[in-house]
Design a protein around this ligand. Structure first.
Ligand SMILES: [Zn+2]
Length: 180
């Protein structure tokens, strides 16, 4: 089930001129079946289970068919920049090169932090789907910035991506509630 928060909120308040050069058109994003989003989020949850302390898992998919192109899990114990999303970006580039970003969607168990959100906007990714909100992440005791993914998206003067939150929210929230 998608929560009340599960709404597209990137293009609100933006004129057509501000449409992202990388983002999928909101119509093509909206036409993706929820089942495709949920299958990808399940793959992200599977990745998150590899880190029971910081259960941030991510996958990047081909938006046209939902095929998983790269996976990542938080490895900040090895490198402070290796949040799940950055690990996934790095794996994507190693496997597919630095291209085709606008046809990709990143799925992550938790709302992206400012570092990851900025990196995804720099990549011109086609869309971002997350499970748990920043509020849930903070309540689980994880350090966080008081800047939402939406804030970062709207603060960019060059590109906005499409954001969808609350996909498999209950399952993702359980990851954070039960973290070690
Ligand atoms: Zn991050």
């Amino acid at each position: 089930m998608i929560s009340r928060r599960g709404v597209l909120h990137c293009l609100c308040g933006l004129g057509l001129g501000a449409l992202a050069r990388g983002a999928l058109a909101s119509t093509s994003f909206s036409s993706i079946p929820m089942q495709q989003h949920e299958m990808a989020m399940r793959a992200a949850i599977t990745m998150a289970l590899q880190n029971p302390v910081y259960p941030f898992g991510a996958v990047i998919t081909d938006a046209s068919n939902g095929k998983v192109l790269a996976r990542g899990v938080n490895a900040a114990i090895d490198n402070p920049t290796l949040h799940g999303e950055i690990a996934c970006i790095n794996n994507y580039v190693s496997q597919h090169g630095n291209k085709n970003w606008s046809n990709c969607i990143l799925y992550t168990t938790g709302e992206p932090c400012p570092m990851c959100m900025s990196a995804l906007i720099w990549a011109n990714i086609g869309g971002i789907v997350y499970g748990s909100s920043m509020d849930i992440i903070q309540k689980s005791g994880i350090e966080a910035f008081a800047l939402s993914a939406k804030d970062i998206n709207q603060a960019s003067n060059f590109s906005q991506t499409v954001l969808l939150g609350g996909v498999l929210e209950a399952e993702c929230n359980a990851l954070f509630a039960n973290r070690k």
